[in-house]
Design a protein around this ligand. Structure first.
Ligand code: ADP
Length: 192
């Protein structure tokens, strides 16, 4: 069993690398953002609630997101492991994640942190907004808000995991070609 957190700011390439890693390792990919977007598409109550926050670049409240993560885990009882993309994003989510893993007798193997400069993030997200149709990628203020939320509430988790995992926290230069980044990730994971 292998459990990996792919960490990084919005637009750092977590989703892209998670997909590549998932097919390489046959792990399940859990993206909280994707689950919220599916719920929005299907007009569920959860989707309606999440959209209120996502459209302006705020985080969906912790209780909602933690419940969602827990029920996503239940969907794959036979899993070989998970790639977590977009979770945890706050210190309370990280604590809830620890408790959930303890309860399920699971262990977190590593955190891979993608590092990308702010200018590059904004440029990538605006570009993605043109092709993906994602509302939160189409407005520069919303993008800047998401980056600010990341800086204020999420980036602190780097020191949390650095302390907790020590040798299993890896910083990766995410401002290169997708394939070069994936080579690094793949070699870290396969040497683990
Ligand atoms: P990005 O990383 O580009 O912002 P995501 O798909 O990961 O894209 O997230 C999109 C939005 O979904 C976030 O801005 C936030 O509103 C919501 N979201 C996703 N994951 C979480 C989470 N763990 N906690 C709270 N909100 C979340």
């Amino acid at each position: 069993m292998k459990n990996i957190i792919l960490f990084g700011p919005p637009g750092s390439g977590k989703g892209t690398q998670a997909e590549l890693l998932m097919s390489e390792l046959k792990l399940n990919h859990i993206s909280t953002g994707d689950v919220f977007r599916n719920n929005i598409k299907n007009s569920t109550n959860l989707g309606k609630l999440a959209a209120k926050y996502m459209d302006s670049g705020q985080l969906v409240p912790d209780e909602v997101t933690i419940d969602l993560l827990s029920s996503e885990l239940e969907k794959f009882p036979q899993s070989k492991g998970f790639i977590f993309d977009g979770f945890p994003r706050t210190i309370d989510q990280a604590h809830a994640f620890d408790a959930l893993f303890k309860k399920k007798d699971l262990s977190l193997d590593m955190v891979l942190s993608l590092e990308v400069s702010e200018d590059e993030l904004v440029a990538r997200l605006l570009k993605r907004g043109i092709s993906s149709g994602r509302k939160d990628d189409q407005n520069k203020d919303v993008i800047l808000n998401r980056i600010q939320v990341y800086n204020q509430q999420t980036s602190i988790l780097k020191s949390y995991y650095l302390e907790k995992l020590n040798n299993s926290f890896f910083s990766i230069d995410g401002e290169r070609d997708v394939s070069l980044i994936f080579n690094d990730i793949n070699s870290i994971v396969s040497n683990y």
